[in-house]
Design a protein around this ligand. Structure first.
Ligand code: FAD
Ligand code: NA
Length: 396
């Protein structure tokens, strides 16, 4: 096959590397993906009601990295969009009188649910101090229940985090490392945006539009419905491979245990609204921390970039232990196991006597936001250029 570089996976990790190789070398690049579409987990499409849906869950682009934005903004077209999320909170007395409150927890959350007199940072600090006054857990906290209760108090913990964590991880916070809930943001101000990064954007023609542009280059060929492990023999002569799929899948024949992932199941419902601007929810994303419903959030895609349609499509997300690999499960077993896979990966180039590199969220067993996946690919490219890796290992 007349290909210099094979890239396995048409998500951001694979597509960005393909583009950089195409623009900076004379190589012929083939990008393959086992799915029937480009874009990896960021893939989106317009449904029969004219609403753009993200097949694998809502994706909001946000970054602090100007170099990432400079690179990616050249592909597709982008519009500023600041994401906001509301949580649906049911009262503790068992009645149905729920309220919507902003997440992350900020001044408006407290005002809405607990104390309308909290107005500024000083009030907020005083209110939280009062709320956590009787809590006597010792640092370092033993688990995520302790680390969350110590910061937020019992009421916020029970309303927002306890059941939500159970639904998300099928484990109670008492069973999770303190670090899992330690990272949850807490704001002492009135910033009720979901992200605070200076750059927050959505692509006007979808992420799929961005990927079409990224891969649209005369030196890049894309083959869909092509699984690397089934078609491997076709690529024997290729001396540079970038693999962005699951690392434990790549080394499956070695008989090691598999890495653990959380997955998601999506349930979709469309409603006729009549008026093109009418929506069903008070926010594009409504989190469901309560045990009264089994799903973790409901996304109303029509609200992103204020799309117009006589209908609206709601997608409910259920956490699942089986399915496509989405979220790595951070525990000791998986960390150790990944280290073993990583050693195999480091030796693979020598073992195969051709360059094989592992890149991206699945190959590195690490949750990466889109900007981190793009940034990671840009950083690798710079390192390869500096080390003359491309010249040494790859026909120019
Ligand atoms: P992927 O997109 O997973 O691409 C890997 C590709 O490799 C896949 O298309 C797969 O089919 C292919 N592949 C695997 N094995 C093989 C094989 N054997 N042969 C051929 N092809 C193969 N990030 C944000 O910044 N903002 C968000 O709001 C956000 N929301 C998210 C919501 C969810 C539910 C999830 C799971 C992730 C979210 N992310 C978000 C993260 C984002 O999805 C990732 O950053 C991005 O997908 C990483 O790209 P990647 O190329 O590394 O992996
Ligand atoms: Na996704």
């Amino acid at each position: 096959m007349n290909v210099d570089t094979l890239i396995v996976g048409a998500g951001f990790s694979g597509a960005v590397i393909a583009r950089l190789l195409a623009e900076n070398t004379k190589q012929k690049i083939m990008v393959i993906d086992s799915r029937d579409h480009i874009g990896g987990n960021c893939y989106d499409y317009v449904n029969q009601y004219g609403i753009r849906i993200s097949k694998y869950g809502a994706h909001l682009f946000h970054t602090t990295r100007q170099d990432v934005w400079n690179f990616i903004s050249a592909f597709g077209s982008w519009e500023p969009w600041e994401h906001k999320v509301l949580a649906k909170i049911y009262p503790r007395d068992g009645s149905d009188d729920f309220a919507y409150a902003p997440v992350p927890i900020c001044i408006q959350t407290i005002q809405k649910l607990y104390d309308s007199s909290v107005q500024n940072e000083e009030d907020m600090r005083r209110w939280l101090a009062e709320e956590t006054r009787s809590i006597k857990f010792q640092t370092p906290y033993k688990n995520s229940m302790e680390s969350a209760v110590a910061r937020f108090g019992h009421r916020i913990y029970n309303d927002f985090f306890h059941s939500y964590t159970l639904k998300q991880w099928e484990k109670s916070p008492e069973e999770l490392d303190a670090s899992v809930l330690e990272r949850i943001p807490l704001r002492y101000n009135k910033d009720d945006r979901y992200f605070t990064d200076p750059i927050q954007m959505l692509p006007s023609c979808g992420y799929t539009g961005v990927f079409k542009d990224l891969l649209n280059h005369p030196q890049i060929e894309v083959r869909l419905n092509t699984d690397y492990f089934q078609e491997r023999h076709c690529f024997n002569g290729v001396n540079f491979t970038v693999f962005t799929g699951p690392i434990d899948g790549y080394f499956a024949s070695r008989g090691l245990d598999r890495l653990e992932y959380r997955s998601l199941r999506f349930e979709e419902d469309t409603f006729e609204m009549g008026d093109k601007d009418t929506v069903m929810q008070p926010a594009s994303v409504v989190n469901e921390p309560s045990m009264r419903v089994p799903y973790t959030r409901t996304v109303e895609f029509k609200q992103f970039l204020n799309q117009r349609s006589t209908h609206t499509t709601l997608v409910r997300e259920y956490s699942a232990s089986n399915g496509d690999p989405y979220y790595p499960v951070p525990n000791e077993r998986n960390t150790k196991l990944y280290a073993t896979y990583q050693q195999l990966a480091e030796r693979e180039t020598e073992a195969e006597r051709r360059t094989v590199l592992f890149l991206g969220r699945l190959a590195n067993y690490k949750y990466l936001n889109m900007d981190q996946a793009i940034g990671n690919a840009l950083d690798h490219w710079q390192k390869w250029t500096k080390d003359d890796m491309i010249k040494t290992h790859v026909v120019n």
